[in-house]
Write a protein that binds this ligand. Sequence first.
Ligand code: GAR
Length: 196
Amino acid sequence: MNHVAKKANLAVFVSGTGSNLRALYKRQYDDSTWPVAVTAVVSNKPDCLGAQFAGEAGIPLFAHSPKEFASKEDYENNILSFLKEQNVDYIALAGYMKLIGAVLLNAYPKRIINIHPSLLPAYPGKQAVQDAWDDGASVTGVTVHYVDEGIDTGQVIAQQPVAVAGIDSLDELYTRIHEVEHQFYGDVLGQVVAQA
Ligand code: GAR
């Protein structure tokens, strides 16, 4: 009998450009064997390009500043209600620049994943590509890791190095890192879901 496995429902969290969101969203149409469906987007910056893309694409969207809520707990409880409505199985942070708190960590144990543009533990934080460039690193890269309560500290799932040699500017390094991320994040998320 032909059996089509149910795909895992993924919520992508964004705060900025959303190029990784776009790559993940596109992949579900380009690769029918990918075991993931992007079924929800969360943004703490309602006007960011990532949130705009979700609106245009018709992906269910929770886009609210945490300032609209009485506390971080209240903010995350509202996100959690939205995720439950959308039957979300996994969360992928993609340039989401807020720390995840206890409400979401407890609701999605080992199911919240982040992509970071360095070979962690090198260059954590918001300026990882610039920090590697300013440091004159010969190799940097991309890390996909489970999220814990720290900043870019959770258990590493997979890493891909990117050579800096031959790259002439910081802009070119950003472009190269993004190119790698757009393929690698989908690959690793697919592996995580397939192995669960
Ligand atoms: C990505 O390069 C991602 O790795 C990085 O933000 C960028 C978002 O780009 N995340 C971090 O630095 C997390 N500490 P995008 O909005 O175009 O996907």
